[in-house]
Design a protein around this ligand. Structure first.
Ligand code: ADP
Ligand code: MG
Length: 322
């Protein structure tokens, strides 16, 4: 199967590649054309995933595609953006129909779930890698950035933390668990659900936001630095799932929540007066701390003592030589 037939069969023919709102021209020309309502800005984010670095070579293609797109779309959620479309740059060692079929189905499923269209891409031969670029729209001035946290704001997260990191040993086959524990954790790893609706609900309310990809402590550090404030996290308030607690116990579950990464939930700062209104609308908002004067992130135990660990989120080209 040649490059063009492959693109046509697996990608241009996918449901998610058909015409849709905001896409004036999709796959097939030199560029896609997007339409943006007057008064809105284009939000753009790109992510590359490399086999053997970001996922095992043997990953199920359906799950891999779902996860890759979910992770990318999570950046739109973190900006309070509404999805429009995405491009896919795919590098493949060979065109294997069963693999491509599964991959295209996984992509389609997550794209439909997030209401975004596949608008173009690139296909080449080489070691397995994929780059996804997502495009969204957000009203002028309402994007949720990392820079606006104010002293006195509450620090909040959008759900139970640590499940993705807790699932990793199960994904890598280093550990087994009963289905009742493994299934919910693996679902959180392979099928992250970008908090798009929550992001939109936080427009004009949250003062800073991001999605947690590298671990709560590391990512809160980004908000603290960008906003010029200190973030305090109360360890006892970390929301943890029953499955994660059953797998790892309280101490291991907390480690995953604080430093594990792969959550793809929103972390945000919120003026206290906004909390009741959002909670009345049943948004999954957990208050885990607050914004104070100073710098960096501090973790407090139940007595208010600082117990910030030395662990950091994952970094490529980190100082330990990886
Ligand atoms: P060009 O040479 O002009 O860059 P290509 O031949 O690479 O165009 O691609 C032809 C069309 O197919 C373009 O519209 C491109 O966006 C689209 N395309 C290529 N690869 C993919 C892919 N993996 N997924 C979706 N669209 C793709
Ligand atoms: Mg090209």
């Amino acid at each position: 199967m040649g490059e063009f037939e492959l693109i046509r069969h697996y990608f241009a023919a996918a449901s998610c590649a058909q015409a849709g709102a905001g896409v004036a021209l999709g796959i097939g020309d030199d560029c896609a054309l997007l339409e943006l309502p007057v008064g809105e800005q284009l939000a753009v984010s790109t992510d590359t995933l490399v086999a053997g670095v970001h996922f095992p070579d043997s990953s199920d293609p359906f799950l891999l595609a779902q996860r890759a797109l979910g992770v990318s779309v999570s950046d739109l959620a973190a900006m309070g953006a509404t999805p429009i479309g995405f491009t896919l740059a795919l590098t493949l060692p060979h065109a294997e129909p069963a693999w491509l079929q599964g991959f295209a189905r996984g992509l389609d499923q997550m794209a439909q779930h997030c209401a975004l269209r596949l608008i173009g891409g690139d296909t080449s031969r080489g070691p397995l890698a994929l780059t996804l670029t997502v495009f969204g729209r957000v009203p002028n001035g309402l994007a949720l950035t990392r820079t606006g946290a104010r002293i006195g704001d509450l620090l909040c997260v959008g759900g139970e933390l640590g499940d993705g990191a807790g699932a990793l040993p199960l994904v890598l086959g280093q550990r087994q668990a009963a289905a009742a524990i493994a299934e919910p954790l693996l679902a959180r790893y392979w099928s992250p659900r970008p908090q798009l609706d929550l992001g939109v609900a936080l427009r004009g309310k949250a003062t800073a936001a991001l999605d947690i990809s590298d671990g709560l402590l590391a990512d809160c550090g980004h908000i603290a630095a960008a906003s010029g404030v200190a973030l305090l996290i109360e360890q006892a308030r970390l929301p943890l799932s029953q499955a994660l607690l059953a797998l790892l116990g309280i101490s291991g579950a907390r480690d995953c929540a604080l430093s594990g990464g792969d959550d793809y939930l929103l972390a945000f700062t919120l003026p206290a007066e906004q909390l009741a209104g959002l909670q009345a609308q049943a948004w999954p908002i957990h208050v885990i701390g607050r914004v104070e004067a100073g710098s960096g992130v501090r973790l407090l135990d139940q007595h208010g003592q600082c117990i910030t660990p030395q662990v950091r989120g994952y970094q490529h080209f980190g100082s330990d030589g990886d």
